[in-house]
Design a protein around this ligand. Structure first.
Ligand SMILES: NC(=O)c1ccc[n+]([C@@H]2O[C@H](COP(=O)([O-])OP(=O)(O)OC[C@H]3O[C@@H](n4cnc5c(N)ncnc54)[C@H](OP(=O)(O)O)[C@@H]3O)[C@@H](O)[C@H]2O)c1
Length: 325
């Protein structure tokens, strides 16, 4: 089968031929049509879980994937050949991922049926990013009228999180580059804070503009602080500055493990570093919302499988990148 492989941690991400995996007892084989791309894929390739979870090389990366069940092993009860399915597959040993024509997974992994209204490409965009967004909104328990600042709102997780936080009644303040402002508003942001605004050169006829930081801009419009901060991108130093924007007793979540628990406790801020743990039930909820037209699946790009190495870990995400297999 066609697949993308990596031969060593941090190695070249390249197309290759690999044997087609066969379904054993309790397993399903899926003929993949689309595979989502996440920053986590690059982290896994670079050895994030080395020493914690076994890896097989050559490694086939990819956690998110959608397609049709093409074979079932003995004892499988929940799926039939031909079922349209999507899942988040991180089954040890790592290295048998979704960037390939076929994958074999246990039937009780994070896998759900795709409703007729949702395409395979849309479905493959959901698992990691949308489940994380749903888990964050559930963890924060957002109530109507709360101010919710989302830093990193334009990417995969953020584009779902803006919608789900607004749907829960939050007044969402999304950070985005200026050219992405309208999209953030369409997804449900009440306010957009721009970052990366270029300061014109001194010989430009345009008046020089001060590039205010996200913290400065939010402090100006929300002097009493925000109720909830979801930070999807910042390291510890930047997050420390943003933590001061959260009102005492508010909540803060970092998906990149940059939160300072001591600082949070001293300001009576709940939350902290966050690891998504949602599974098949959360995925099914998201597919249902998408099928009903209540969740936009923000697809940024759909390159072919062979282009995986060019797109994984690339900056500038505007929603999700999905590999077409
Ligand atoms: N802990 C967990 O359970 C969990 C789960 C899922 C994801 N994650 C992590 O969460 C992070 C975000 O994931 P993702 O899938 O949303 O990534 P993504 O699709 O790459 O999106 C990141 C977005 O943030 C923007 N950005 C970068 N620097 C920024 C800054 N300083 N201020 C505001 N926006 C900024 C990027 O746009 P520009 O490049 O144009 O700036 C991009 O749109 C990743 O590190 C991922 O590994 C963790």
């Amino acid at each position: 089968m066609r697949a993308i492989v990596v031969n060593e941690f941090g190695g070249e991400i390249q197309p290759s031929e690999r044997p087609k995996p066969e379904a054993g007892p309790g397993q399903i084989q899926i003929a993949l049509e689309a595979a989502g791309v996440n920053p986590f894929d690059k982290k896994l390739i670079d050895g994030l879980l080395d020493g914690k979870v076994p890896y097989d090389f050559p490694m086939i990366p990819g956690v998110d994937g959608a397609g049709k069940v093409s074979a079932i092993g003995d004892g499988v009860r929940g799926f039939r050949v031909g079922d349209r399915v999507v899942g988040k597959f991180l089954v040890p040993p790592i290295g048998h991922g979704t960037w390939a024509e076929y994958i074999v997974v246990p039937e009780n992994s994070t896998v759900a049926a795709i409703p007729d209204e949702v395409t395979a490409i849309q479905a493959a965009a959901l698992p990691t990013a949308a489940i994380t967004a749903l888990d964050l909104v559930d963890a924060a328990g957002i109530v109507a009228g709360q101010s919710v600042l989302i830093v990193g709102a334009a990417g995969g997780v953020g584009s779902f999180l803006v919608q789900l936080a607004a749907g829960a009644g939050g007044n969402v303040i999304a950070t985005a580059r200026p050219d992405d402002t309208d999209r953030m508003v369409r997804l449900g942001a009440a306010e957009v804070v721009n970052y990366g605004v270029r300061v014109p050169a001194s010989d430009s006829p345009e008046p020089a503009r001060y590039e205010a930081t996200i913290a400065d801009q939010v402090r100006a419009t929300h002097p009493g602080g925000v109720d909830v901060l979801f930070d999807l991108v910042d390291g510890p130093d930047q997050l420390r500055e943003l933590t001061l924007l959260v009102r005492e007793g508010g909540a803060l979540y970092s998906t990149v493990w940059a939160a300072d628990d001591t600082l949070l406790r001293s300001r009576r801020i709940s939350g902290g570093n966050f690891e998504s743990s949602g599974g098949a039930a959360q995925l099914a909820r998201l597919l249902d919302l998408a099928a009903k037209g209540e969740l936009v699946i923000p697809i940024d790009a759909t390159p072919p499988l062979a282009a995986a190495g060019k797109v994984v870990g690339a900056p500038g995400a505007r929603g999700k990148t999905v590999l077409v297999i």
